[in-house]
Design a protein around this ligand. Sequence first.
Ligand code: URA
Length: 232
Amino acid sequence: MNIVNSELKEVIDSIRAYIELDKASGIDEFFMRERGTQRAIDNTNNLESLKQEALNCRRCGLHKTRRNVVFGSGNPNADLMFIGEAPGEDEDIQGLPFVGRAGQLLTKIIEAMGLKRSDVYIANILKCRPPNNRTPLPAEILECEDNVKRQAELIKPKVICTLGKFASQTLLRTEIPISALRGKFHAFNGIKVMPTFHPAYLLRNPNDKRLVWGDMKKIMKELDIKCPNSSK
Ligand code: URA
């Protein structure tokens, strides 16, 4: 018997001995977990500990004014993840991302893609609301960005859609303007990233909705999502 076979025999013998022992103590059924199920459980556990870190975070001044930490919501095993800038007032009150006016538009975009919010995962670069919805400070982004990057690595979506300048430039570590970044796939740790305009910008510039829809169609093609209301 070669080494590989003898090692294999040893493993089989030890499993047999283990099963015999269980049988002797009255156990006669065994349940095996599917690999995918195990990954989903591990993912949820790891995301939960990342969430606890965010809930306890006092690394920047925003912890003093926040009502809630807005960690993120949705499917922890999603193929598509959206990353926005920072919670606004509605998000700060509810502890959930994108639930205000910009969030309602994002929900419409997701539904136009034939998906539900519960199919995707939604998070922000900052987990706490900047007072009066001012834009994030570089120091706040520096303290917070590691959390969302680890969040993305755990979820491992096939595509991340970054919403607006702050999310796109932070994830892609670039200062290229959003108008030049959007519409093309980039990469973050092996994950495809599609930057697009922020829904709050679209509320002020509705003519650019068609550009965003073009970006969403590229994501749908990548994820093999058939366009609803179309036979294509
Ligand atoms: N804008 C964001 O970038 N994130 C939210 O959660 C809400 C509005």
